[in-house]
Design a protein around this ligand. Sequence first.
Ligand code: 5AD
Ligand code: SF4
Length: 462
Amino acid sequence: MGNDGTKKYHILTYGCQMNVYDSEVLSGYLENMGYDHTEKEEEADVLIINTCAVRKKAEEKVFSRLGKLRPLKEKNPGMLMVLWGCMVQQESAAQKVKEKYGFVDLVAGTHSLGRFPDLLEKARVSPRTILDLETEEEREDLPIKRGHKAKAWVPISHGCNNFCSYCVVPYVRGPEKSRPLQKILNEVKELVDNGYKEITLLGQNVNSYGKDLDQEMDFADLLNILDHLEGRFQIRYMTSHPRDFSEKIIRTIQHSQKICEHFHLPLQSGSNNVLKLMNRGYSREYYLGLVEKIRVLVQNSSVTTDIIVGFPGEEEKDFEDTLEMLEKVRFDAAYTFIYSPRKGTKATEMKGQVSSDIKKKRIVTLNEIQSRISMEINQQLLGTEQVVLVEGRSKTDPNVYTGRTRTNKIVHFSTNENLLGMFVNVEITAAKSWTLTGNFKNKVTTQESGVRSQNEKTGENI
Ligand code: 5AD
Ligand code: SF4
């Protein structure tokens, strides 16, 4: 509680952007109930940990954090401690919490968002941990407190039907459910009216948007409608599945103005054997064809990826296939992961589990090669001028700003003007694998911001 008697909340969020969004909804509820946000967890009357289950490491972090929070709860028994989200949606993890961390007041999974106020009240009066792992959910018209003033995230679908064999998401977030178009449109329009400059559409597989809806509507149609909304803003989307990235989507982006030329296409592995075992539904040849199509149609675009090393059955030859794909595609950046067995997924049961030593060696090799490629690509930007949406300031020096190019590259630059939330031109003066540095030139006029000109983007038709 604050010195002035106000009730406070603090939320720790692990995992993906969808979790960040869910935490924004939890914040919205708490603010409506009269709570204020606090940066200090020891000051909180309600402390929420929003968990992730994608890799074991994420779960270990939560348990270690819980251990450290135990004395805080003992000192302040009136504090309500809440464990939320993907990790606890798994029966085994929820049981472990109940048995070993009985001081937690409420344990609730991803589907409980619409029930949060009731659950919190129940937890307040119950001497025992309240567990809510129901799969029924209501996700429309919930309150929200956005964490950023210029960038906003808007879910277009929830859940996933793909069952990639390593992935726990379909088990913890349930089957794919697209949001009705009108709900998405209303949310985006309101954000743009309120001055947001970047909208990121969220879903586990955004490319399959609309398949479960009554209306004839796919992801390309949705992008096209949003691109034609009034206002100076830009559009991103995550995450894509290469199998569902249709030519119609690419052509929509080619002819759009607001959609950023950044293609995040998780490859996962460059070996056809491993891709099959992963149940990804595409081959390396298909993937190379897709990237080529994108590069011909949408010029000046960037392509990034996710890669898992040490998937069961990944032999040296398969790993070399992945390295070869790095050289063939030349990704702007790659997010690399060591395979982590997840209970309940098919891959956990597969033979040929790779030793921890080999996994570690492979990820080091992979990162070295990708680092060099990213550096080479970024060096080509030296001396160019880039449009950057200014996102924040450096914690150590308020005159150092950070932003991103439309291709999603991080740029640092210095100025003493207040530029937060603006589109600016920056001349690139230094380039590393993950970040660019530059000189601030000028603010982008309203004519240009969030929009690219037709001649900049349209490649040859293929
Ligand atoms: N082990 C390691 N990485 C994983 N990912 C998903 N599941 C696992 C797992 N079990 C990675 C994938 C995905 C990214 C978000 O996390 O690369 O694209
Ligand atoms: Fe997981 Fe595959 Fe669904 Fe992505 S598409 S959330 S990797 S099952």
